[in-house]
Write a new protein. Structure first.
Ligand code: HPA
Length: 262
């Protein structure tokens, strides 16, 4: 049996899966931390690779938000850890197999646009794939990537942001492989080609999700903003700011799910 099918079967034997919404959480982001209805560590799922980065815990939780159950994937796989693009999209395949059709992808990213501030949340409107990878090599080919980041869902989120007084930025996410942070010259290049934020995740998962006809909501936490100076950027700083942004992100997503739009 194919790995995904096996994992999906393993999970379905342990819980009743009928959740529409799946969330993949980024570095240092923690939302929906209430008591979960069901929880399993990645290491207890046969066939599941382990995430190697601090801040990525590797656990699947099911939490109740309003009257919806939501699947939360805490921990993801990155190309820079040495995983293949097929490994990176495994959580998406699993969520699809469990019946999820709305995928929320969050990440920590570095701000490129000058008006961004650390602590901002950016609704991803589009992306530029500079990873050099694509999870669909071998098929399916020619998947449409217009509206990859659902206009419908973005409008819903913007409405909620206004209502609760949480300003949401919008912009284009540039996806790179990492694991180095960017040089100033790279940041100037990304700005020139229309990038607003840069990060080392998300892109491949979104491509896979679109090939599976899932509707995608992408949210970037701007943990740091690239400026023309020589102050160093550290992973700790990124994780620390991610923690602080989590609170806002939690409120935003909670309000959105509670409305029952989806
Ligand atoms: N660059 C790439 N990935 C990131 C950054 C960054 O500046 N901040 C958080 N993730």
């Amino acid at each position: 049996m194919e790995m995904v099918t096996e994992i999906v079967k393993f999970l379905k034997d342990r819980y009743l899966f009928n959740q529409k919404i799946g969330v993949i959480l980024g570095s240092g982001l923690s939302v929906f931390s209430e008591q979960s209805l069901f929880s399993i560590d990645y290491r207890d799922i046969p066939g599941m690779p382990l995430s190697t980065v601090p801040g990525h815990r590797g656990r699947m939780d099911i939490v109740k938000v309003g009257d919806q159950e939501v699947i939360v994937m805490r921990g993801r796989y990155h190309l820079y850890e040495g995983y293949s693009s097929k490994d990176v999209v495994l959580p998406v395949d699993i969520l699809k197999g469990l019946g999820v059709d709305i995928l929320v992808i969050t990440n920590a990213s570095g701000g490129i646009r000058e008006t961004f501030m650390p602590g901002d949340i950016m609704l991803i409107t589009d992306h530029i794939n500079l990873t050099g990878e694509n999870p669909l090599i071998g098929g399916p080919n020619f998947v449409d990537m217009k509206n990859a980041y659902s206009y419908r869902l973005r409008e819903q989120l913007k409405g909620i942001g206004k209502e609760i007084g949480l300003e949401l930025k919008e912009g284009v996410y540039v996806g790179v492989k990492g694991p180095t942070y960017e040089t100033p010259a790279e940041i100037r290049f990304f700005r020139t080609i229309g990038g607003d934020a840069v990060g080392m995740s998300t892109i491949l998962e979104v491509i896979r999700a679109r090939s599976l006809n899932m509707e995608v909501l992408g949210l970037s936490s701007i943990t740091n903003v690239h400026k023309e100076d020589t102050s160093p950027l550290t992973h700790e700083e990124v994780l620390d700011m991610g923690n602080r942004i989590s609170e806002k992100l939690d409120i935003l997503l909670r309000e959105w799910i509670k409305r029952g739009y989806v």
